[in-house]
Design a protein around this ligand. Sequence first.
Ligand SMILES: Cc1ncc(COP(=O)(O)O)c(C=O)c1O
Length: 395
Amino acid sequence: MTDTRHEPRDADSARPVPFHAVTTYGREQAHLAEALAGGHLRSGGPFTRRASAVLREETGAVEALLTTSCTTALELSALLLDLGPGDTVIVPSFTFSTTALAFARTGAKLLFCDIERETLGVDPASVAALLDDTVRAVVVVHYAGIACDVAGLREVLRDRPDVAVVEDNAHGLFGRWRGEPLGSLGRMATLSFHDTKNIVCGEGGALLLNDPADVARAWVLYEKGTDRKAFLEGQVDKYSWRDTGSSFALSDLLAAFLLGQLEERARIQATRRQVFEAYAAGLAPYAEELGLTLPTVPADREPAWHLFHVLLPTAGTRPVVVERLREHGVQATFHYVPLHDSEGGRRFAARETDCPVTSDVSARLLRLPFHQQLTPADTTRVVDTLVAVLREGAR
Ligand SMILES: Cc1ncc(COP(=O)(O)O)c(C=O)c1O
């Protein structure tokens, strides 16, 4: 009998497996209707308070400020750190532009660090090599929702309590490192509720504060530079301009949608875990033959199941692999283009730095379709198609 399991089947192309899809569960619509009926559409309403409470409960943060995106939460964190010319911030080169841009716009300069191969998170040795007296903060990303080497980073920063750790936790809500929630491991953390994330509200985010000393000023920056929060709490008889800041807050309408998603967090996370495990189990038997590197989850970490990636054996073949997969109805894609090598990165860097692992990983990384609507048949098809395409020689 001929084994046709790993031959791409043209009939399958009729029904593409999309890279991502937004899933709603019903509570979002109910909360939206209630928010509309209540008439409080601006920020700071009942749904904002409820969603913020869930985030605080889940992460242990002392405050959770809902923002219009993870990007604006990062900008708020940069304002809170009071950065300026002469300061530098260490950021990974392997991340989204705004992880770096948010800090650059304060006038601080960036130092791009490399990642380590196990988790694709910041490499503590690279951070150590960049650490000098100008460094005010280190920003970390828990790539794919798997915690970076937090122990290694803490060791490097042991004698530098003046250096703030900011977790860009766009991928990692509900993940854990040694039992501690991602988002609780630094002075502050940011979250994303963009359509492509686990929990979505279209566009949205949050700033989590872990140091009580940051809370009062964060509220002023969040409330357009005013002490409106103190006024609403009856602590002052009128509010006025006090500090820098901007309009960061999420509308209560979107918070209503967000709360509906947060209430389904157990179901969302369980479904995404199944997808991740189906890919990992499906691809493991072929990894050696095809030269694929699969994601590793260190024993002391619980992933947030944000995405599934593989590293192709060589750089340069990915466009062909992506195209062949697309022809067979499987939407796969690349991820971050190294920031240290980008036009913006060069413009805002304090100096040129070398990030060889980032350059290598970025050229070989392929993300597979990942969302809650994928069935076991879909994940099997993605695995089979990838195996077939790579066996055909697109590697
Ligand atoms: C690590 C990281 N940080 C920040 C962002 C920006 O998130 P947002 O679209 O919510 O601003 C992204 C976007 O995907 C991201 O991957």
